[in-house]
Design a protein around this ligand. Structure first.
Ligand code: MG
Length: 222
């Protein structure tokens, strides 16, 4: 089959992009310093639209809010749907609308951090914009990055998006109750994850029943 592969230096705007990424990394470092100074641990939740990021965050918040002081940043192109769903849990939520941008960046998070009383917060959960490509290149200054992938997205999501999984500290395989109906093997997804990043831990979840949520808490919050 004939194929064309983009090589570095051959893509338009590559210099502009490198500058942008460098600037983002600087701001991400500053965000981390600010978070550490206030003893806030931040977790960046990435994944496609419909993978279940908001449901996962709601589940985590409902279990953690009695033990910790929590804040949430909800990233979305234009709507406040997710932020409102999370707000039902009674925690502070800052909405960040990116307009046309397919990811959050460190500058947007810097602005969101200013809206919180960081001194009275233990954990910050960040819902990134639904996308498995762009967010990977834009670290936010968070301590951990997790990727949520749902079996309803089909069997090839990990194989097709290796970069974002290689950047992850934890993978959540969600909607496992639907695996059989979708004809998707959770085991194969797990094997793909280990091929991309050996040793990367994956937790299986069903956000409707809460299955797997305590395991994520053990890995990330205790
Ligand atoms: Mg969402």
């Amino acid at each position: 089959m004939k194929s064309i592969k983009a090589k570095e230096g051959q893509i338009f705007d590559i210099e502009l992009e490198e500058d942008l990424l460098k600037r983002n990394e600087e701001l991400a470092r500053k965000n981390r310093i600010l978070l550490d100074k206030n003893k806030v641990r931040a977790i960046d939740v990435m994944g496609s639209v419909g993978s279940g990021k908001t449901s996962l965050i709601k589940n985590l918040v409902s279990r953690l809010k009695a033990r910790y002081r929590l804040g949430v940043v909800a990233g979305d192109l234009t709507t406040t749907i997710d932020a409102e769903r999370i707000k039902e849990e009674g925690v502070e939520v800052i909405q960040v609308n990116t307009g046309k941008e397919c990811h959050l960046d460190a500058n947007l998070i810097r602005r969101a951090l200013k809206e919180f009383d960081l001194g009275s917060m233990d954990f910050l959960l960040i819902e990134n914009v639904g996308n498995l490509i762009c967010p990977a290149e834009f670290p936010l200054g968070s301590h951990k990055r997790i990727v949520v992938v749902s079996v309803t997205e089909g069997p090839w999501m990990v194989a097709k998006h290796p970069y974002i999984f290689s950047e992850a500290d934890l993978v959540v395989i969600n909607k496992i109750d639907l695996a059989r109906a979708m004809g998707v093997s959770v085991k194969t997804i797990g094997e793909d994850i280990h091929r991309v990043k050996p040793g990367l831990q994956a937790v299986l979840t069903n956000c409707l029943t809460g299955e797997g949520i305590e395991e994520i808490i053990k890995v990330l919050f205790l």
